[in-house]
Design a protein around this ligand. Structure first.
Ligand code: UTP
Length: 276
């Protein structure tokens, strides 16, 4: 079962962070000194991913620039005897990784963003999706945890976490059937249930999906909030192929919100002994 590609959608409008996100994707906002997107790419690469497909928008070129070498800056740092900083910016850890960029012309929602990569994903392969604004601190990367379970199950699998009942209306929420400790068979999934959530298990921004999702997304109509929702396509796939959920081990920061972004900065600054 082939799994070596990851899609990172970074084309959202990021309205909660305007004006910072007027010309840069929110995924370029830094946690201490490292853009959110770099954490997600590292997590994917650590899990064995060899091709990263960014879904981006035409006016946001910062991500392309971030993953490209900047020889002039490297030389300036070398001249200034700041060799340790060259290591941080030339990103040699990605030398065997292929980066592709696909444009999402109109921000019609996450489902539409994923669909933009349709020509790069075959129907008989699986791929990861990482939403970089969900940042995790964990001993083993959340994508690696998913990949390990995927190898056993051979089916689509989504990272889940338990949320307070007051929070379920903000997330995709599943109707679970517990199989073992941290693994669930998903019987249904509802995007942002405003009442009667089927559980308190919420979908987080890490997925392994079957390439079949592309043909489902092709016919997925706008749902909650007038957006083409990935959740609605997954709901369809639950009945056609089956989808599983993993309650991952780790701590999540919702860096798409100001509170989560600031919490993450404080947490990682403390880890680096920058503040006490
Ligand atoms: P969000 O809904 O959290 O991001 O999308 P947003 O719309 O950019 O943020 P706000 O709510 O306006 O502040 C989840 C992920 O899906 C991507 C976003 O970039 C983010 O990684 N996305 C969303 C797209 O790539 N395209 C879209 O049309 C929508």
């Amino acid at each position: 079962m082939k799994l070596n590609k990851a899609i990172l959608p970074v084309a959202g409008l990021g309205t909660r962070f305007l004006p910072a996100t007027k010309s840069i994707p929110k995924e370029m906002l830094p946690i201490v000194d490292t853009p959110l997107v770099e954490f997600a790419v590292d997590e994917a690469v650590d899990a064995g991913i060899e091709e990263i497909i960014f879904i981006t928008s035409h006016n946001k070129i910062a991500i392309q620039e971030h993953f490209r070498r900047n020889i002039e800056l490297e030389q300036k740092l070398l001249d200034a005897k700041k060799d340790y900083q060259v290591e941080r910016i030339n990103l040699g850890k990605y030398k065997d990784i292929k980066f592709s960029f696909v444009n999402q012309e109109v921000q019609l929602g996450l489902g539409d963003a994923i669909y933009q990569a349709k020509s790069l994903i075959r129907s008989d392969e699986f791929f990861c999706v990482l939403l970089a604004d969900d940042l995790f601190y964990s001993k083993v990367g959340v994508t690696s945890q998913l990949v390990e379970k995927f190898k056993e199950l051979g089916k689509s699998i989504i990272a889940l976490n338990k949320v307070d009942s007051s929070e379920t209306k903000k997330y995709g929420v599943i109707d679970p059937e517990k199989l073992e400790n941290d693994i669930y068979k998903i019987n249904d999934i509802i995007e942002k249930p405003q009442s009667d959530p089927p559980s308190n298990l919420a979908v987080t921004g890490r997925y392994i999906l079957s390439g079949e999702i592309m043909s489902i997304l092709k016919d997925t109509k706008a749902g909650f909030g007038g957006e083409i929702q990935l959740t609605d396509a997954i709901k369809h796939m639950i009945s056609s192929e089956g989808v599983f959920g993993l309650e991952y081990d780790g701590k999540k920061f919702d860096c798409g919100s100001k509170e989560g972004f600031i919490d993450a900065n404080i947490f990682f600054a403390k880890k680096q002994n920058l503040i006490s």
